[in-house]
Design a protein around this ligand. Structure first.
Ligand code: BGP
Length: 487
Protein backbone atom coordinates (compact mmCIF):
# COMPACT_ATOMS: atom_id res chain seq x y z
CA UNK A 1 0.00 0.00 0.00
CA UNK A 2 1.27 3.44 -0.95
CA UNK A 3 1.86 5.84 1.92
CA UNK A 4 1.36 9.11 0.01
CA UNK A 5 -1.19 9.77 -2.72
CA UNK A 6 -0.23 10.52 -6.32
CA UNK A 7 -0.07 14.23 -6.88
CA UNK A 8 1.02 14.95 -3.31
CA UNK A 9 2.65 18.38 -3.42
CA UNK A 10 6.16 17.80 -2.10
CA UNK A 11 8.24 20.91 -1.86
CA UNK A 12 9.54 23.78 0.18
CA UNK A 13 8.56 27.25 1.35
CA UNK A 14 10.21 30.61 1.82
CA UNK A 15 9.01 34.19 2.24
CA UNK A 16 10.10 37.17 0.15
CA UNK A 17 11.37 39.26 3.06
CA UNK A 18 13.53 36.47 4.45
CA UNK A 19 15.14 35.48 1.17
CA UNK A 20 15.03 38.11 -1.56
CA UNK A 21 17.14 40.91 -0.11
CA UNK A 22 17.39 43.77 -2.69
CA UNK A 23 15.20 45.67 -0.29
CA UNK A 24 15.33 48.99 -2.18
CA UNK A 25 15.86 47.68 -5.67
CA UNK A 26 13.67 48.33 -8.70
CA UNK A 27 11.36 50.69 -6.87
CA UNK A 28 10.59 48.54 -3.84
CA UNK A 29 9.14 50.47 -0.89
CA UNK A 30 9.87 49.95 2.80
CA UNK A 31 7.90 47.19 4.45
CA UNK A 32 7.43 46.69 8.17
CA UNK A 33 10.08 43.98 8.40
CA UNK A 34 12.68 46.14 6.67
CA UNK A 35 12.88 48.11 9.93
CA UNK A 36 13.37 45.02 12.04
CA UNK A 37 16.98 44.27 12.88
CA UNK A 38 16.85 41.37 15.30
CA UNK A 39 13.74 39.53 14.19
CA UNK A 40 10.05 40.22 14.58
CA UNK A 41 10.00 38.73 18.07
CA UNK A 42 11.95 41.70 19.34
CA UNK A 43 9.90 44.43 17.71
CA UNK A 44 10.69 47.14 15.22
CA UNK A 45 13.11 50.07 15.31
CA UNK A 46 10.53 52.10 13.35
CA UNK A 47 13.40 53.56 11.43
CA UNK A 48 16.38 52.23 9.54
CA UNK A 49 19.68 52.99 11.24
CA UNK A 50 22.22 53.42 8.42
CA UNK A 51 25.06 52.37 10.73
CA UNK A 52 23.54 49.03 11.61
CA UNK A 53 23.40 45.77 9.68
CA UNK A 54 19.96 44.41 8.88
CA UNK A 55 20.31 40.77 7.72
CA UNK A 56 17.07 40.84 5.74
CA UNK A 57 18.17 43.77 3.57
CA UNK A 58 20.46 41.49 1.63
CA UNK A 59 19.20 38.15 2.99
CA UNK A 60 20.41 35.43 0.61
CA UNK A 61 19.89 37.69 -2.39
CA UNK A 62 17.30 35.36 -3.82
CA UNK A 63 16.25 38.35 -5.93
CA UNK A 64 19.33 37.80 -8.08
CA UNK A 65 20.00 34.12 -7.37
CA UNK A 66 16.50 32.69 -7.87
CA UNK A 67 17.40 30.79 -11.03
CA UNK A 68 20.30 29.03 -9.37
CA UNK A 69 18.24 28.38 -6.23
CA UNK A 70 15.31 27.00 -8.15
CA UNK A 71 17.63 24.70 -10.04
CA UNK A 72 18.41 23.07 -6.68
CA UNK A 73 14.71 22.68 -5.94
CA UNK A 74 14.22 21.13 -9.35
CA UNK A 75 17.09 18.75 -8.70
CA UNK A 76 15.39 17.64 -5.47
CA UNK A 77 12.27 17.01 -7.53
CA UNK A 78 10.00 19.59 -5.88
CA UNK A 79 6.41 19.55 -7.07
CA UNK A 80 5.58 22.83 -5.35
CA UNK A 81 7.45 25.92 -4.28
CA UNK A 82 5.87 28.33 -1.85
CA UNK A 83 6.94 31.94 -1.65
CA UNK A 84 5.30 35.28 -1.02
CA UNK A 85 4.96 38.43 -3.04
CA UNK A 86 6.51 41.47 -1.37
CA UNK A 87 3.59 43.89 -1.41
CA UNK A 88 6.04 46.83 -1.44
CA UNK A 89 7.52 45.69 -4.75
CA UNK A 90 4.09 46.09 -6.32
CA UNK A 91 2.82 49.11 -4.37
CA UNK A 92 5.72 50.72 -2.50
CA UNK A 93 3.51 52.57 -0.03
CA UNK A 94 0.35 50.61 -0.68
CA UNK A 95 -1.47 53.69 -1.96
CA UNK A 96 -0.11 54.33 -5.44
CA UNK A 97 -2.67 54.18 -8.20
CA UNK A 98 -0.24 52.54 -10.62
CA UNK A 99 1.49 49.27 -9.77
CA UNK A 100 5.28 49.17 -10.05
CA UNK A 101 5.98 47.39 -13.33
CA UNK A 102 9.48 46.30 -12.32
CA UNK A 103 8.12 44.53 -9.27
CA UNK A 104 5.43 42.83 -11.33
CA UNK A 105 8.01 41.75 -13.85
CA UNK A 106 10.19 40.18 -11.18
CA UNK A 107 7.38 37.88 -10.05
CA UNK A 108 6.48 37.12 -13.67
CA UNK A 109 10.01 35.91 -14.18
CA UNK A 110 10.05 34.08 -10.88
CA UNK A 111 6.78 32.21 -11.47
CA UNK A 112 7.83 31.36 -15.03
CA UNK A 113 11.05 29.91 -13.69
CA UNK A 114 9.24 27.90 -11.02
CA UNK A 115 6.87 26.46 -13.61
CA UNK A 116 9.59 25.83 -16.13
CA UNK A 117 11.29 23.68 -13.52
CA UNK A 118 8.20 21.56 -12.99
CA UNK A 119 6.84 23.10 -9.79
CA UNK A 120 3.54 24.66 -8.84
CA UNK A 121 3.93 28.12 -7.35
CA UNK A 122 2.11 28.41 -4.00
CA UNK A 123 1.83 32.08 -3.14
CA UNK A 124 1.26 33.87 0.13
CA UNK A 125 -0.12 37.31 -0.60
CA UNK A 126 0.94 38.91 2.67
CA UNK A 127 3.74 37.34 4.71
CA UNK A 128 4.63 39.90 7.40
CA UNK A 129 5.41 42.40 4.60
CA UNK A 130 2.84 45.19 4.85
CA UNK A 131 4.09 48.53 3.47
CA UNK A 132 5.40 50.59 6.39
CA UNK A 133 3.58 53.67 5.11
CA UNK A 134 0.29 51.97 5.99
CA UNK A 135 1.39 51.56 9.60
CA UNK A 136 2.42 55.18 9.88
CA UNK A 137 -0.77 56.47 8.38
CA UNK A 138 -3.41 54.00 9.53
CA UNK A 139 -1.85 51.76 12.18
CA UNK A 140 -2.18 48.94 9.66
CA UNK A 141 -5.18 46.66 9.80
CA UNK A 142 -6.75 48.52 12.69
CA UNK A 143 -8.09 50.84 10.01
CA UNK A 144 -10.84 49.62 7.74
CA UNK A 145 -9.36 51.43 4.76
CA UNK A 146 -6.75 48.69 4.54
CA UNK A 147 -9.41 46.44 3.04
CA UNK A 148 -9.67 48.47 -0.17
CA UNK A 149 -5.94 49.04 -0.31
CA UNK A 150 -5.33 45.30 -0.03
CA UNK A 151 -8.06 44.50 -2.58
CA UNK A 152 -6.42 46.79 -5.11
CA UNK A 153 -3.12 44.94 -4.65
CA UNK A 154 -4.81 41.53 -4.94
CA UNK A 155 -6.70 42.50 -8.06
CA UNK A 156 -3.46 43.50 -9.76
CA UNK A 157 -1.63 40.29 -8.86
CA UNK A 158 -4.56 37.98 -9.64
CA UNK A 159 -4.95 39.54 -13.08
CA UNK A 160 -1.28 39.48 -13.78
CA UNK A 161 -0.52 35.93 -12.58
CA UNK A 162 -3.81 34.22 -13.32
CA UNK A 163 -2.29 31.79 -15.78
CA UNK A 164 0.67 31.00 -13.56
CA UNK A 165 -0.48 30.68 -9.97
CA UNK A 166 -3.27 28.34 -8.90
CA UNK A 167 -2.56 28.03 -5.17
CA UNK A 168 -2.89 31.14 -3.04
CA UNK A 169 -3.03 32.04 0.64
CA UNK A 170 -4.12 35.39 2.02
CA UNK A 171 -2.34 36.23 5.31
CA UNK A 172 0.57 34.28 6.71
CA UNK A 173 -0.14 33.03 10.25
CA UNK A 174 -2.96 35.48 10.81
CA UNK A 175 -3.51 34.14 14.35
CA UNK A 176 -0.02 35.34 15.32
CA UNK A 177 -1.52 38.80 15.57
CA UNK A 178 -1.88 37.96 19.27
CA UNK A 179 1.81 37.35 19.82
CA UNK A 180 3.52 39.38 17.11
CA UNK A 181 0.85 41.97 16.23
CA UNK A 182 3.22 44.21 14.34
CA UNK A 183 4.30 41.49 11.91
CA UNK A 184 0.98 39.69 11.53
CA UNK A 185 -1.44 42.64 11.58
CA UNK A 186 0.82 45.63 10.97
CA UNK A 187 -0.47 47.19 14.18
CA UNK A 188 1.43 48.87 16.95
CA UNK A 189 -0.32 48.13 20.21
CA UNK A 190 0.01 49.03 23.83
CA UNK A 191 1.16 45.78 25.37
CA UNK A 192 0.62 47.07 28.87
CA UNK A 193 -3.08 47.65 28.59
CA UNK A 194 -4.77 44.30 28.00
CA UNK A 195 -8.09 45.86 27.10
CA UNK A 196 -6.77 48.24 24.49
CA UNK A 197 -4.58 45.51 23.14
CA UNK A 198 -7.46 43.13 22.66
CA UNK A 199 -9.64 45.86 21.15
CA UNK A 200 -7.00 46.64 18.52
CA UNK A 201 -6.17 43.03 17.81
CA UNK A 202 -9.75 41.91 17.28
CA UNK A 203 -10.69 45.00 15.29
CA UNK A 204 -7.70 44.46 13.01
CA UNK A 205 -8.57 40.77 12.75
CA UNK A 206 -12.10 41.63 11.72
CA UNK A 207 -10.83 43.82 8.89
CA UNK A 208 -8.52 41.03 7.79
CA UNK A 209 -11.42 38.55 7.84
CA UNK A 210 -13.53 40.78 5.62
CA UNK A 211 -10.57 41.41 3.33
CA UNK A 212 -9.76 37.73 3.13
CA UNK A 213 -13.34 36.81 2.25
CA UNK A 214 -13.54 39.51 -0.43
CA UNK A 215 -10.19 38.40 -1.81
CA UNK A 216 -11.39 34.78 -1.93
CA UNK A 217 -14.31 35.97 -4.02
CA UNK A 218 -12.10 38.04 -6.27
CA UNK A 219 -9.66 35.19 -6.74
CA UNK A 220 -12.43 32.81 -7.85
CA UNK A 221 -13.80 35.41 -10.26
CA UNK A 222 -10.47 36.14 -11.88
CA UNK A 223 -8.93 32.65 -11.66
CA UNK A 224 -11.81 30.14 -11.60
CA UNK A 225 -9.49 27.13 -11.36
CA UNK A 226 -7.51 28.49 -8.39
CA UNK A 227 -7.71 27.49 -4.75
CA UNK A 228 -7.23 30.08 -2.07
CA UNK A 229 -6.61 29.20 1.55
CA UNK A 230 -6.04 30.82 4.89
CA UNK A 231 -2.75 30.24 6.74
CA UNK A 232 -2.40 29.72 10.48
CA UNK A 233 0.39 28.98 12.91
CA UNK A 234 -0.75 25.78 14.58
CA UNK A 235 2.02 24.07 16.47
CA UNK A 236 0.37 21.89 19.12
CA UNK A 237 -0.64 22.87 22.65
CA UNK A 238 -1.28 20.24 25.33
CA UNK A 239 -2.44 20.50 28.87
CA UNK A 240 0.56 20.13 31.20
CA UNK A 241 -1.34 17.83 33.59
CA UNK A 242 -4.71 16.14 33.84
CA UNK A 243 -5.86 18.82 36.28
CA UNK A 244 -9.17 20.05 34.91
CA UNK A 245 -8.03 23.68 35.21
CA UNK A 246 -4.96 22.99 33.08
CA UNK A 247 -7.01 21.06 30.54
CA UNK A 248 -9.63 23.76 30.24
CA UNK A 249 -7.16 26.61 29.93
CA UNK A 250 -5.08 24.73 27.38
CA UNK A 251 -8.27 24.43 25.35
CA UNK A 252 -8.85 28.18 25.71
CA UNK A 253 -5.32 28.93 24.60
CA UNK A 254 -5.75 26.70 21.58
CA UNK A 255 -9.07 28.28 20.77
CA UNK A 256 -7.42 31.67 20.58
CA UNK A 257 -5.69 30.36 17.43
CA UNK A 258 -8.51 28.19 16.14
CA UNK A 259 -10.82 31.20 16.32
CA UNK A 260 -9.15 32.33 13.09
CA UNK A 261 -9.91 29.06 11.35
CA UNK A 262 -13.43 29.10 12.79
CA UNK A 263 -14.19 32.42 11.13
CA UNK A 264 -12.29 31.94 7.87
CA UNK A 265 -13.21 28.32 7.17
CA UNK A 266 -16.64 27.97 8.74
CA UNK A 267 -17.64 31.51 7.86
CA UNK A 268 -19.00 32.87 11.15
CA UNK A 269 -17.94 34.19 14.55
CA UNK A 270 -18.23 31.35 17.09
CA UNK A 271 -20.30 31.87 20.26
CA UNK A 272 -17.36 31.54 22.66
CA UNK A 273 -15.83 34.77 21.37
CA UNK A 274 -18.66 36.86 22.82
CA UNK A 275 -17.56 36.07 26.34
CA UNK A 276 -13.98 37.04 25.52
CA UNK A 277 -15.19 40.29 23.97
CA UNK A 278 -17.19 41.02 27.09
CA UNK A 279 -14.33 40.27 29.47
CA UNK A 280 -11.91 42.48 27.58
CA UNK A 281 -14.39 45.22 26.69
CA UNK A 282 -13.99 44.58 22.99
CA UNK A 283 -16.58 46.34 20.88
CA UNK A 284 -16.18 45.30 17.31
CA UNK A 285 -17.05 47.86 14.69
CA UNK A 286 -18.70 45.92 11.89
CA UNK A 287 -20.45 47.27 8.83
CA UNK A 288 -23.67 45.98 7.39
CA UNK A 289 -22.93 43.07 5.16
CA UNK A 290 -19.64 42.05 6.81
CA UNK A 291 -21.07 38.88 8.34
CA UNK A 292 -22.67 37.93 5.04
CA UNK A 293 -19.40 38.38 3.16
CA UNK A 294 -17.51 36.26 5.71
CA UNK A 295 -20.17 33.56 5.41
CA UNK A 296 -20.32 33.59 1.63
CA UNK A 297 -16.61 33.36 0.81
CA UNK A 298 -14.73 31.06 3.20
CA UNK A 299 -11.23 29.79 2.48
CA UNK A 300 -10.93 26.71 0.29
CA UNK A 301 -8.28 25.02 2.39
CA UNK A 302 -6.28 25.43 5.55
CA UNK A 303 -2.57 26.01 5.12
CA UNK A 304 -0.69 25.83 8.38
CA UNK A 305 2.72 25.77 9.99
CA UNK A 306 3.71 23.16 12.52
CA UNK A 307 7.12 23.16 14.20
CA UNK A 308 6.77 21.93 17.75
CA UNK A 309 4.49 21.50 20.73
CA UNK A 310 4.27 22.97 24.18
CA UNK A 311 2.24 22.45 27.33
CA UNK A 312 0.09 24.84 29.27
CA UNK A 313 -0.29 25.27 33.03
CA UNK A 314 -3.38 27.17 34.19
CA UNK A 315 -2.61 30.72 35.23
CA UNK A 316 0.52 31.12 33.11
CA UNK A 317 0.43 33.85 30.46
CA UNK A 318 -0.56 33.23 26.86
CA UNK A 319 2.66 34.19 25.10
CA UNK A 320 4.46 32.92 22.02
CA UNK A 321 6.90 33.38 19.15
CA UNK A 322 7.19 32.30 15.52
CA UNK A 323 7.04 28.65 16.58
CA UNK A 324 3.68 29.09 18.35
CA UNK A 325 2.72 29.28 22.02
CA UNK A 326 5.49 29.30 24.62
CA UNK A 327 4.38 27.29 27.61
CA UNK A 328 5.96 24.87 30.05
CA UNK A 329 8.49 22.39 28.65
CA UNK A 330 7.41 18.84 28.05
CA UNK A 331 9.76 16.38 29.80
CA UNK A 332 9.12 13.72 27.18
CA UNK A 333 10.53 15.67 24.24
CA UNK A 334 13.91 16.70 22.90
CA UNK A 335 14.63 20.31 22.10
CA UNK A 336 16.42 22.18 19.30
CA UNK A 337 19.18 24.70 20.16
CA UNK A 338 16.48 27.39 19.99
CA UNK A 339 14.38 25.61 22.61
CA UNK A 340 11.75 24.31 20.18
CA UNK A 341 10.53 20.93 21.36
CA UNK A 342 10.47 18.25 18.73
CA UNK A 343 7.15 16.44 18.56
CA UNK A 344 6.41 14.51 15.34
CA UNK A 345 3.32 12.82 16.80
CA UNK A 346 1.95 16.28 17.51
CA UNK A 347 1.72 16.87 13.77
CA UNK A 348 -0.60 13.89 13.36
CA UNK A 349 -2.54 15.09 16.39
CA UNK A 350 -2.97 18.54 14.86
CA UNK A 351 -4.00 17.18 11.45
CA UNK A 352 -6.74 15.17 13.17
CA UNK A 353 -7.78 18.08 15.36
CA UNK A 354 -8.10 20.38 12.34
CA UNK A 355 -9.89 18.00 10.06
CA UNK A 356 -12.36 17.01 12.77
CA UNK A 357 -13.16 20.67 13.18
CA UNK A 358 -13.21 21.91 9.59
CA UNK A 359 -13.52 19.07 7.08
CA UNK A 360 -11.53 21.06 4.58
CA UNK A 361 -8.30 20.00 2.89
CA UNK A 362 -5.15 20.70 4.85
CA UNK A 363 -1.85 21.88 3.41
CA UNK A 364 1.25 21.62 5.61
CA UNK A 365 2.98 24.70 4.28
CA UNK A 366 5.66 25.02 6.97
CA UNK A 367 7.50 22.45 9.04
CA UNK A 368 11.20 22.28 9.65
CA UNK A 369 14.17 22.38 11.94
CA UNK A 370 16.35 25.43 12.57
CA UNK A 371 19.76 24.38 13.74
CA UNK A 372 23.45 25.28 13.77
CA UNK A 373 25.12 23.61 10.82
CA UNK A 374 28.82 22.95 10.90
CA UNK A 375 30.93 22.46 7.82
CA UNK A 376 33.03 19.34 8.30
CA UNK A 377 36.71 19.06 7.41
CA UNK A 378 35.78 17.44 4.12
CA UNK A 379 33.65 20.50 3.27
CA UNK A 380 30.35 18.66 3.69
CA UNK A 381 27.47 19.28 6.05
CA UNK A 382 26.18 16.20 7.83
CA UNK A 383 22.81 17.39 9.11
CA UNK A 384 21.51 14.06 10.38
CA UNK A 385 19.44 15.84 13.06
CA UNK A 386 17.44 17.54 10.30
CA UNK A 387 16.92 14.30 8.39
CA UNK A 388 15.75 12.64 11.58
CA UNK A 389 13.35 15.50 12.34
CA UNK A 390 11.77 15.51 8.89
CA UNK A 391 11.65 11.74 8.56
CA UNK A 392 9.73 11.38 11.83
CA UNK A 393 7.35 14.19 10.93
CA UNK A 394 6.67 12.80 7.47
CA UNK A 395 5.93 9.35 8.87
CA UNK A 396 3.30 10.99 11.05
CA UNK A 397 1.93 12.75 7.98
CA UNK A 398 1.53 9.35 6.34
CA UNK A 399 -0.32 8.19 9.47
CA UNK A 400 -2.60 11.22 9.26
CA UNK A 401 -3.30 10.33 5.63
CA UNK A 402 -4.23 6.84 6.79
CA UNK A 403 -6.51 8.46 9.36
CA UNK A 404 -8.44 9.65 6.32
CA UNK A 405 -7.34 13.26 6.26
CA UNK A 406 -6.96 14.97 2.88
CA UNK A 407 -3.54 16.59 2.98
CA UNK A 408 -2.64 18.43 -0.20
CA UNK A 409 1.08 18.55 0.31
CA UNK A 410 4.08 19.33 2.44
CA UNK A 411 6.31 22.32 1.80
CA UNK A 412 9.32 22.13 4.10
CA UNK A 413 10.19 25.47 5.66
CA UNK A 414 13.39 27.06 4.41
CA UNK A 415 14.68 24.48 1.90
CA UNK A 416 17.58 26.87 1.43
CA UNK A 417 19.02 28.79 4.40
CA UNK A 418 17.28 32.14 4.87
CA UNK A 419 17.05 34.82 7.55
CA UNK A 420 15.07 33.73 10.60
CA UNK A 421 11.81 35.61 10.97
CA UNK A 422 11.76 35.43 14.74
CA UNK A 423 15.35 36.28 15.58
CA UNK A 424 16.73 37.82 12.38
CA UNK A 425 19.66 35.42 12.37
CA UNK A 426 21.34 33.56 9.54
CA UNK A 427 22.80 31.20 12.09
CA UNK A 428 19.44 29.52 12.59
CA UNK A 429 19.50 27.40 9.46
CA UNK A 430 16.71 25.25 8.08
CA UNK A 431 18.00 24.52 4.60
CA UNK A 432 18.92 21.52 2.52
CA UNK A 433 21.25 24.04 0.92
CA UNK A 434 23.77 25.98 2.96
CA UNK A 435 24.27 29.65 2.17
CA UNK A 436 27.60 31.17 3.10
CA UNK A 437 26.49 34.26 4.99
CA UNK A 438 26.58 34.92 8.72
CA UNK A 439 24.67 37.11 11.18
CA UNK A 440 27.00 40.05 10.60
CA UNK A 441 26.79 39.86 6.83
CA UNK A 442 30.13 38.14 6.19
CA UNK A 443 30.24 35.49 3.50
CA UNK A 444 30.11 35.20 -0.26
CA UNK A 445 26.59 33.73 -0.54
CA UNK A 446 27.95 30.51 -2.06
CA UNK A 447 25.42 27.69 -2.01
CA UNK A 448 26.42 24.18 -0.85
CA UNK A 449 24.20 21.10 -0.70
CA UNK A 450 23.87 19.53 2.72
CA UNK A 451 23.45 15.82 3.32
CA UNK A 452 19.71 16.32 3.79
CA UNK A 453 19.52 17.53 0.18
CA UNK A 454 20.13 14.04 -1.17
CA UNK A 455 17.90 12.49 1.45
CA UNK A 456 14.90 14.70 0.64
CA UNK A 457 15.52 14.18 -3.06
CA UNK A 458 15.12 10.44 -2.49
CA UNK A 459 11.97 10.94 -0.45
CA UNK A 460 10.36 12.84 -3.30
CA UNK A 461 11.64 10.51 -6.00
CA UNK A 462 9.99 7.56 -4.23
CA UNK A 463 6.86 9.57 -3.34
CA UNK A 464 7.68 9.05 0.31
CA UNK A 465 8.38 5.32 0.20
CA UNK A 466 12.08 5.72 1.06
CA UNK A 467 10.98 6.95 4.51
CA UNK A 468 9.99 3.42 5.36
CA UNK A 469 12.99 1.67 3.98
CA UNK A 470 15.60 0.59 6.47
CA UNK A 471 18.94 1.32 4.88
CA UNK A 472 21.55 -1.25 5.75
CA UNK A 473 24.35 1.27 5.95
CA UNK A 474 24.08 3.91 8.58
CA UNK A 475 23.44 7.12 6.68
CA UNK A 476 26.71 8.96 6.85
CA UNK A 477 26.69 10.45 3.43
CA UNK A 478 23.32 9.98 1.82
CA UNK A 479 24.70 10.23 -1.68
CA UNK A 480 26.71 7.07 -1.19
CA UNK A 481 24.06 5.25 0.75
CA UNK A 482 21.50 6.03 -1.89
CA UNK A 483 23.77 5.07 -4.74
CA UNK A 484 24.66 1.75 -3.13
CA UNK A 485 21.14 0.89 -2.10
CA UNK A 486 19.67 1.71 -5.46
CA UNK A 487 21.97 -0.64 -7.31
C1 BGP B 1 6.83 31.06 10.88
C2 BGP B 1 6.91 32.07 9.78
C3 BGP B 1 8.12 32.00 8.93
C4 BGP B 1 9.30 31.41 9.60
C5 BGP B 1 9.06 30.26 10.52
C6 BGP B 1 10.24 29.82 11.36
O1 BGP B 1 6.23 31.65 11.98
O2 BGP B 1 5.80 31.99 8.94
O3 BGP B 1 8.28 33.22 8.29
O4 BGP B 1 10.48 31.99 9.51
O5 BGP B 1 8.01 30.55 11.39
O6 BGP B 1 10.50 30.77 12.36
P1 BGP B 1 11.92 31.37 12.59
O7 BGP B 1 12.36 31.96 11.30
O8 BGP B 1 11.72 32.40 13.64
O9 BGP B 1 12.76 30.24 13.03
Amino acid sequence: MKHFPDGFLWGGAIAANQAEGAYREDGKGISIVDMVRHGIQFGSDDTIDPHEYYPSHEAIDFYHHYKEDLSFMEEMGFKAFRTSIAWTRIFPTGEETQANEKGLQFYDNLFDEIKKRGMEPVVTISHYETPYALVEKYNGWEDRRLIDIFMKYCKVIFKRYKDKVKYWMTFNEINNIHIIPYAAGAVHIDFYCQKEKMQTIYQASHHMFVASALVNKLCHEIIPDAQIGCMLSLSAVYSNTCKPDDVFEAMELRRRSLFYGDVMLRGYYPNYINRIFEEFDVTLKKETGDDEVIAAYPSDYLGFSYYRSTTHVAGTPFIGHTGGAIGTPNPYLDTTPWGWQIDPKGLRFVCNELYDRYQKPLFIVENGMGNIDVIAKDGKIYDEYRIDYIRKHLIEVSEALKDGIPIMGYTYWGPIDIVSAGTGEMKKRYGFIYVNKDNEGNGNLKRTKKNSFYWYQKVIETNGESLFKIFKNKAIDWRFVIEKESK
